[in-house]
Design a protein around this ligand. Structure first.
Ligand code: CU
Ligand code: ZN
Length: 176
């Protein structure tokens, strides 16, 4: 009797889990609109799209000083603090040290630097092998931060990239 009741219940839980999994896997594209933090005029957009080798990240940012600026996915999709500090540290679900995008051991959020031209515009197009739209490395709902300084790709745990000039939240968009 107990088995007859438990088995359908178990199957319905499996069915519900499958439905949830299907919905989670449906996200193939996301966007983060980057808004200036207090005192900053840096703004832009980052799009995230599933690619064969990971997640393709395309970034357009304006209002920068020429040169390199640290660009990371941070743990929290919270840009409510005027200085962007509410986004927390670098997104690091694997518990690795800070590093370069090409390092075997690094934060999932370590996308390195974007580089602004003489007009203060940075365009960045990159496929990240670690980022995902599902599982522990899912970037959905995380924060995106543009920094004042270059990420040196080695100082722990921040890359010494300085203040936060723009902040955005990665949100799923309508699949194409
Ligand atoms: Cu950062
Ligand atoms: Zn990092």
């Amino acid at each position: 009797m107990r088995l007859r009741l438990t088995t359908p219940l178990f199957l319905s839980v499996v069915a519900m889990a499958s439905i949830v999994a299907v919905h989670a896997a449906a996200a193939t594209k996301a966007v983060a609109v980057l808004h200036p933090t207090q005192g900053s005029s840096v703004e832009g957009k980052a799009t995230f799209t599933t690619a064969a080798a990971g997640v393709k990240v395309v970034v357009h940012v304006t209002g920068l000083t020429p040169g390199k600026h640290g660009f990371h996915i941070h743990e929290f999709g919270d840009c409510s603090a005027s200085d962007g500090a509410s986004a927390g540290g670098h997104f690091n679900p694997s518990g690795d040290p800070h590093g370069a995008p090409t390092d075997a051991h690094r934060h999932v959020g370590d996308l390195g630097n974007i580089e602004a031209n003489a007009e203060g515009v940075a365009d960045f197009d990159y496929v990240d092998p670690r980022a995902s739209f599902e599982g522990p490395a899912s970037v959905l709902g995380r924060g995106v931060i543009v920094h004042a300084n270059a990420d040196d790709l080695k100082t722990q745990p921040t890359g010494n990239a300085g203040g936060r000039l723009a902040c955005g939240v990665v949100g799923a968009t309508k699949p194409e």
